[in-house]
Design a protein around this ligand. Structure first.
Ligand code: NAD
Length: 636
């Protein structure tokens, strides 16, 4: 066998180790599955006392099915054959007469978890990399290899649907608590613990009565509740997969082959194709951080305001030592308080939160500059202030340190004129709110040092964000495409369409937030200034200029287009949406995206789509603005 090895131990235990040839992570390709079938054939002839599945990859157990094979699913018959392959093989595994155990260390996702669920026991190794989940829904498909059958049986329908419908993953301890793993042990005892559990004869923990009722006579109630939850986040015409998962669980016992029309519908839907595309684009962005050997240990952030404070907190959360500088300690304190909240929310464990807190060091004197591998400037948006700062900074930097500005609107070419080595300044442009936005633009000015840009990308990956290389130009990619879109929305308001109606039209298109609410969120003054810079000198919309003059700046002032006094926008019922409104408002965004590709600001159309999706939330099921136009999307 090419991918599996089977060892027979003294005591009669067989150990099947997956080490997929030529890949750094295990995935269940057609070949891997066929070999697993052969392996089971052999064991049928000579049954072992027990069988353990493990992985030889340091990366983890099994990352899922081989998604490259998904793109070959061009006919319904092929789609059904793919489902049948895993469904039948894992049913066979679940029925073998000897005990089986999956020793799960590192990621165990999708088809990998379905294999583990088909084993009698699941032993999770308690270390940070261990994550279990069924994220198929994020690719627009469903866990068709037994996940929809066995996960609800193991953890109860509520928890199972939650995992399958959100794509969320859980760690080893959580997996044990919810009953997904039979036990969770530290790495040093995992081999002994696996053998002991395998031969223990221990029966599966039965589900509590309530869970059995919810998975039996009360299925309909659970399914209705789940549909209501999903409907809050995803419309069936945009995202059919979560609805299919609920139906397959409720009516077909999780067996997709019993409802081939659903399989055909999902596999033929553009959503599945486009979400797969988005996944690949995300992998491509991740790849930008891979070359070279730059690793940051210490980051120094200057400016503890909205952005600098949150950037510093995020870097500390991700394990870096961070010094945070501002004009005085009083301006740093609020950022530290915000950071403490972030650590508690994200890390949950008080010891880990404490450790993150200890990594974030207030540094009003700027002593961290001399030790930092990355220095990020996030002070006021003012060229003179930034010049004065850069003059002081440059002589104190470590030789290979990255010097970056978070500027949104100033030209790097102007900012770097005061530097002895101007080519070392790069843009590392985060979005607000830092903790929520996955994209970071890495900005190259003319003649910038490629090594500095490479290091900047590696740093962005290190803190678990997605780097998008862009060339220096007003608004880079993301703000440049948002400006004409927001402008078009506000012109529609000038033309007498209610803000509620404009927002409703774009929500129906698939945007995460309506453009008028977005303007309220970023601030009307910021939108006005950005509009002036990015809208080719056109006059500002009256509805915007008027409100700014009246001091109605949006969420931050309690009132903009909407009343925010309750913390949320108070919206009246939307009127009937005029035909073609969403198309009309999205078109300028798509046009601008294309223009930026043509001008070489971003290297190609795919990267532009990735940037717009991860930087603005542009409807992912479309595959991005340019893909949407290219594939003749309904709306444009
Ligand atoms: P902010 O006004 O909230 O914070 C700026 C901070 O810098 C203040 O705390 C100020 O005291 C400090 N500061 C000013 N001069 C200083 C100096 N010489 N030394 C030390 N500290 C100094 O501003 P912000 O919104 O966080 O923006 C900061 C930068 O980030 C700007 O360049 C802006 O264009 C960019 N940016 C902002 C956003 C956003 O949504 N706010 C998004 C992306 C990028």
């Amino acid at each position: 066998m090419k991918h599996w090895t089977l060892e027979h131990e003294q005591g009669g235990i067989a150990v099947a180790t997956l080490d997929r040839a030529g890949e750094s992570a295990n995935a269940l390709s057609a070949e891997v599955m066929a070999e697993l079938g052969e392996l089971l054939d052999g064991l049928d002839r000579q049954p072992p006392k027990g069988l353990i599945f493990r992985s030889a990859k340091p990366a983890g157990f099994i990352a899922g099915a081989d998604i490259d094979e998904f793109s070959q699913l061009d006919t319904p018959a092929r789609g059904r054959a793919l489902v049948a392959r895993g469904w039948e093989l894992f049913n066979r595994l679940a029925a073998v007469p000897y005990p089986t155990l999956a020793l799960v260390r590192g990621h165990c996702l999708g088809g990998g978890l379905e294999l583990a669920l088909a084993c009698r026991y699941l032993l999770a190794v308690d270390e940070p990399g261990t994550r279990l989940g069924l994220p198929e829904v994020m690719l627009g498909i469903f866990p068709g290899w037994g996940g929809m059958l066995r996960l609800p049986q193991r953890v109860g329908p509520g928890a199972a649907l939650d995992l399958m419908l959100t794509g969320r993953t859980v760690d080893a301890q959580r997996a044990r608590k919810m009953g997904l793993a039979d036990d969770c042990v530290p790495p040093r005892v995992m081999d002994a613990a696996a053998r002991q559990l395998l031969l223990s004869g221990q029966p599966r923990r039965p589900l509590p009565l309530l869970q059995r009722l919810l998975g039996g006579p009360l299925k309909g109630v659970v399914a209705r509740g789940a549909r209501r939850q999903v409907a809050k986040k995803a419309r069936p015409e945009h995202y059919p997969a979560p609805y299919a998962i609920i139906e397959l669980w409720q009516k077909h016992g999780g067996n997709a082959l019993a409802a081939p029309e659903i399989v055909d519908r999902i596999i033929a839907s553009p959503t599945a194709r486009n979400l797969l595309r988005v996944f690949r684009l995300q992998e491509r962005l991740k790849g930008f951080g891979k070359d070279g050997d730059f690793t940051a240990k210490h980051v120094h952030v200057i400016g503890a305001g909205v952005m600098g404070g949150d950037i510093a907190a995020w870097c500390a959360l991700r394990g870096l030592r961070v010094t945070l500088q501002d004009q005085d300690i009083g301006r740093i304190a609020p950022a530290i308080q915000r950071a403490a909240k972030l650590f508690t929310r994200k890390l949950r464990d008080p010891l880990l939160a404490r450790a993150a807190f200890d990594r974030l060091i207030p540094d009003p004197e700027g002593q961290g500059v001399a030790h930092a591998d990355v220095v990020i400037e996030a002070i006021f948006e003012n060229t003179d202030a930034k010049h004065a700062l850069f003059r002081q900074l440059e002589p104190r930097l470590k030789p290979g340190a990255v010097l970056a500005s978070n500027t949104s609107s100033l030209k790097l070419e102007d900012l770097r004129t005061v530097l002895q080595r101007p080519e070392r300044l790069v843009g590392i442009h985060f979005f607000n709110p830092v903790a929520m936005m996955p994209l970071v633009e890495v900005v190259a000015a003319e003649g910038a040092d490629p090594a500095a840009l490479q290091a900047a990308c590696a740093f962005v990956r290190q803190i678990d964000k997605l780097p998008l290389p862009v060339r220096s130009a007003p608004g880079f990619l993301v703000n440049a495409v948002l400006a004409p879109y927001m402008l078009a929305a506000l012109r529609a308001v000038d033309d007498g369409i209610a803000p509620e109606t404009v927002d409703a039209a774009l929500l129906a298109f698939g945007m995460p937030m309506g453009p008028v609410e977005l303007v309220d969120t970023v601030g009307l003054d910021v939108a006005l200034a950005a509009g002036r810079q990015l809208a080719d000198g056109a006059e500002a919309p009256r509805c915007l200029a008027g409100r700014v003059a009246a001091g109605q700046l949006g969420k931050k002032s309690g009132r903009g287009f909407y009343d925010w006094s309750s913390g949320k926008p108070a919206k009246a019922a939307a009127g009937a949406v005029p035909a073609g409104l969403a198309e009309k408002l999205v078109r300028p965004l798509v046009d601008r995206t294309q223009a930026l590709v043509d001008a070489g600001i971003v290297a190609d159309a795919d990267l532009a789509d990735a940037g717009v999706i991860f930087g603005t939330g542009f409807a992912p099921f479309t595959g991005g603005p340019l893909n949407h136009r290219r594939t003749g999307g309904r709306a444009i």
